[in-house]
Design a protein around this ligand. Structure first.
Ligand code: SF4
Length: 458
């Protein structure tokens, strides 16, 4: 059969779609482009906001229209959290949850053989107790950067977040599988390995995984244990591998790690000097209401610790605009935090009321127009902070991995370890030959969404 995927949401979903595509191929099916005419459409959904739910429903309907005789299989976070609602969308044949990726090809084949009967296969969260093995996957963004999923689930229950209801408890991938996948990617020529998961800082912390929940400070400010814990053993093992590559973390939760913990990661030579640390708010009152177990001072201490070691350390963040009960002074605190931290990127999300979460029941929900206005101000502050950060980095020499070349404008571009997009002029042949190579460059001045560089290599 011809199988097409449409994937919504985060890098974890993209990774899992690649894993499912590989399993379909292993069973003799042909995976085609999502816009092609297919026998089976797999829609891997997201439910992080109400808008994500709406888009998921829209794609389900659209795919059935492309081929009314096709099998439409819906999986992912929206399917896991609201299977009945998804089943009720016209045209849906199969609904599976977030722990059924490896069995989806077999479910689809059985459906095709036995004829038209709706299949609903969603396990309750309490049954999601082990990491689902989907085999060794190649999930790559381009020829240079590939993703390795290291864990599943989250047990933090931030009051706005539906993810624990979609992904269940923390389950960590065995270290040997992570290393095997990374080795294959490095042999395949990928130069940047991005460790991804639902909450990667929680790697290895579930009871029974071997390491226990030691060492992670959960925002209490206590010193981390001296023994490697959490994600650190994964970084240490990858750092020791042979090859010409670097490691990037997709994010680390300040709800899990503190300044001592991130400081311990600094000596790993392959680990990029960039962290995505979701602040969500700069107001202590809002952070408490969000059930985020850190305050702005602890967050700032993480940022100061990293920047003391490397003033050009790149830090990106997420901010939520219009959390229930958020006051003007809370917004001011968030704007101030953005300015103080000098984020290289700030992703701003309007608060979205998610079913099942504590915040959905809170009083003082913020009107949509106010959320929009606050979101715009946070966005502008984020852009200003990035520009200031770029200006402060001017004159630094940093390692860039070249990723794209455009012959039209003669520009080569890539990212520094600190996640600044860098551009440089290059003639066509030279530009192509530098792709997927590392180079030390001197950052000159802000340009487009990053900086222009002067090459400091011979
Ligand atoms: S740490 Fe909080 S925001 Fe992140 S996935 Fe877990 S519950 Fe959601």
């Amino acid at each position: 059969m011809k199988i097409a995927f449409h994937t919504l949401g985060c890098k974890v979903n993209q990774y899992e779609s690649e894993a499912m595509a590989a399993l379909f191929r292993q069973r003799g099916h042909l995976v085609v482009d999502e816009h092609d005419f297919a026998d089976v459409y797999v829609i891997n959904t997201c439910t992080v906001t109400a808008e994500a739910d709406r888009k998921s429903r829209q794609y389900i309907r659209r795919m059935k229209k492309v081929n009314p005789d096709s099998i439409v299989a819906v999986t992912g976070c929206y399917a896991q959290t609201r299977p009945e609602e998804v089943s009720a969308v016209a045209g849906v044949d199969i609904v599976t949850g977030t722990n059924e990726k490896s069995s989806l090809p077999r479910i689809v084949e059985e459906f095709a053989e036995r004829g038209q009967q709706h299949v609903l296969r969603v396990h309750p969260l309490e049954q999601l107790t082990s990491y689902e093995d989907t085999g060794i996957v190649t999930s790559a963004e381009n020829r240079t950067r590939a993703y390795v999923k290291i864990q599943e689930g989250c047990n933090r229950f931030c009051s706005y977040c539906v993810i624990p209801y979609a992904r269940g408890e923390v389950r960590s991938r065995p270290m040997e599988d992570i290393i095997a996948e990374a080795r294959k990617l490095i042999r395949g020529g990928y130069k940047e390995i991005v460790l991804t998961g639902i909450n990667t800082a929680l790697y290895g912390t579930e009871p029974g995984f071997g390491r226990g929940a030691d060492g992670l400070c959960a925002g209490t400010g206590r010193a981390a244990a001296a023994e490697p814990s959490g994600i650190e053993p994964v970084i240490a093992a990858l750092d020791d591998l042979d090859g010409d590559f670097r490691i990037r973390l997709s994010s680390l939760e300040p709800a899990v790690v503190n300044a001592d913990y991130v400081k311990r990661l600094l000596p790993y030579r392959r680990l990029c000097h960039h962290l995505h640390l979701s602040a969500q708010s700069g107001s202590d009152a809002v952070l408490r209401a969000m059930n985020r177990p850190y305050d702005r001072e602890q967050y700032l201490e993480i940022v100061r610790t990293l920047r003391r070691e490397d003033p050009g350390y790149g830090i990106s963040t997420d901010m939520i605009a219009g959390f229930p009960g958020e006051k003007e002074e809370d917004v001011e605190d968030s704007l101030d935090l953005i300015g103080q931290c000098g984020f290289c990127r700030t992703h701003v999300f309007r608060y979205s009321r998610r079913p099942m979460t504590a915040a959905a029941e809170m009083k003082d929900q913020i009107p949509s127009q106010v959320k929009g206005e606050r979101s715009r101000r946070l966005q502008e502050a984020g852009e200003q902070a990035a520009e200031d950060f770029f200006l402060r980095c001017a004159g630094q020499t940093r390692r860039v991995l070249w990723e794209t070349y455009s012959p039209e404008d003669g520009l080569l571009s890539g990212y520094t370890d600190s996640y600044i997009r860098v551009w440089t002029k290059a003639a066509p042949e030279e530009g192509e030959s530098r792709l997927n190579t590392f180079e030390d460059v001197r950052l000159a001045e802000p340009f487009r969404d990053g900086m222009m560089a002067e090459s400091s290599s011979p």
